[in-house]
Design a binder for this molecule. Structure first.
Ligand SMILES: *Cc1c(COP(=O)(O)O)cnc(C)c1O
Length: 408
């Protein structure tokens, strides 16, 4: 077998479809965000980042950097083992207590990433609960899908944020059968937000557990950054909430917050928790400092929301097709994979604006877009330049002007 030939042919397939991924290497500089230096094709240039998931730039916050610096010099670089074998640091336990309190739960468990948290927690619950069936929102993240797939439990996909469809599907199964309803709060590509309270009430009516991914909401919503469930005052309805330290908190790692019995259960049976070196004390200290800071910095959250709303209004005024939604995510629709890539390239090379093209399979074919994530550090001047640049790019490329879908 020509192994390399096989791999090369498959890569060519991606290139032919215009969805081969080219990474943009950036050199970030503490204090300069969102200005970075882009490196590629043997050259470098200053650009403004418009697509970072470090939504509040907490990755550069002095409280976070100082905590990480101190942890490095106290505890050293790595954790030194798995949680079970010499790798549980007192900082891990502090962080778990902090996160449990953030979500008003009795316990929490941290993982090396949000991806691993979803995969490990969902897989463990779905595989071990007897004859479990999972009801999964059609737009759920790959990490949840992978956890469900690995569990080999029966899966039922319900229409995105469609509670009538979910109810119909739940009702088709006996009430006694073990069930999990898995969904997200803020969906990161359309920026729409689910009705957490109503979804949980429905799930509980049919005897299901509720599993909520708040990865794009923790740190950003709720008076303490406890996510949309905190904002909507429905934290008690969510049986298991999952989050990340890598987006609004600006560091790395993931977690679930739930009841002590479920934490014990996942801790005891989840392969992705047990058989890997625990989170570095440096990252743990950074995450801890970031969660603590954002618990009391509501002004930063307000400024973030104001920036996103301002950008959406300005794009709309300039007739740039921005998808309306109630969140901090600003999707600008291009509806074509090649044009989307071309728009991203033009913005980068002609205008010093870095926004990644979002193509299939992250979004459906025909729904390609540029996904802007304005942060509290994006000024009116940054927005002036962005809007002007987008107008120029739209004049040159004239992507299809379809009626812009309004996210719920
Ligand atoms: C990014 C993401 C994850 C994974 O989190 P990481 O900490 O980056 O591994 C999980 N769920 C959703 C919805 C995400 O967008």
């Amino acid at each position: 077998m020509d192994y390399l030939g096989f791999a090369a042919e498959h890569l060519q397939g991606l290139k032919d479809e215009g969805r081969y991924r080219v990474f943009n290497a950036l050199k970030r500089q503490v204090g300069a965000f969102p200005e970075v230096v882009w490196h590629g094709d043997g050259k470098s240039m200053p650009v403004t980042v418009w697509c970072s998931n470090d939504y509040l730039n907490m990755g550069h916050h002095p409280a976070v950097i100082e905590a990480m610096d101190a942890a490095l010099h106290t505890h050293g670089a790595g954790a030194g083992g798995t949680r079970n074998i010499s790798g549980t640091n007192i900082l891990h336990e502090e962080l778990e207590a902090e996160v449990a309190s953030l979500h008003q739960k009795e316990a929490a468990l941290i993982f090396t990433s949000g991806y691993v948290a979803n995969e490990a927690a969902l897989c463990t619950l779905a595989a071990r609960l007897p004859d479990c069936v999972i009801f999964s929102d059609s737009k759920n993240h790959a990490s949840m899908i992978e956890g469900m797939r690995l569990s080999r439990a029966e899966r039922v996909i319900f229409k995105h944020n469609d509670l009538a469809d979910l109810e119909e599907k739940l009702a088709a199964y006996p009430k006694e059968r073990a069930k999990i309803v898995a969904f997200e709060s803020v969906y990161s590509m359309d920026g729409d937000i689910s009705d957490i309270g109503a979804t949980c009430d429905l799930a509980h009516k049919y005897g299901a557990l509720t599993y909520l991914d708040e990865v794009h909401a923790v740190g950003l919503y709720g008076p303490h950054g406890g996510g949309v469930a905190e904002r909507d005052k429905v934290l008690d309805k969510v049986d298991i909430v999952e989050g990340t330290f890598a987006k609004a908190f600006g560091v790395q790692g993931g977690y679930v917050a739930t009841s002590p019995v479920f934490v014990d259960f996942i801790r005891s049976f989840a392969s992705g928790f047990i058989f890997t070196t625990s989170m570095s004390p440096v990252l743990t200290a950074g995450a801890l400092a970031s969660v603590r800071h954002l618990k009391q910095d509501d002004a930063l959250r307000q400024r973030h929301q104001e920036r996103a709303a301002t950008l959406k209004a300005r794009l709309r005024a300039a007739n740039i097709p921005v998808m309306d939604n109630p969140s901090h995510i600003v999707p600008v629709m291009v509806y074509d994979a090649a044009l989307c890539q071309e728009a991203s390239n033009m913005l980068l090379h002609d205008h010093g604006i870095y926004v990644q093209a979002i193509n299939y399979p992250t979004v459906p074919k025909g729904m390609e877009r540029l996904r802007f994530t304005p942060t509290p550090h994006h000024t009116d001047a940054h927005m002036d330049h962005l809007v002007k640049s987008l107008i120029t790019v739209w004049e040159k490329l004239s992507p299809p002007r379809l009626p812009v879908e309004q996210a719920a």
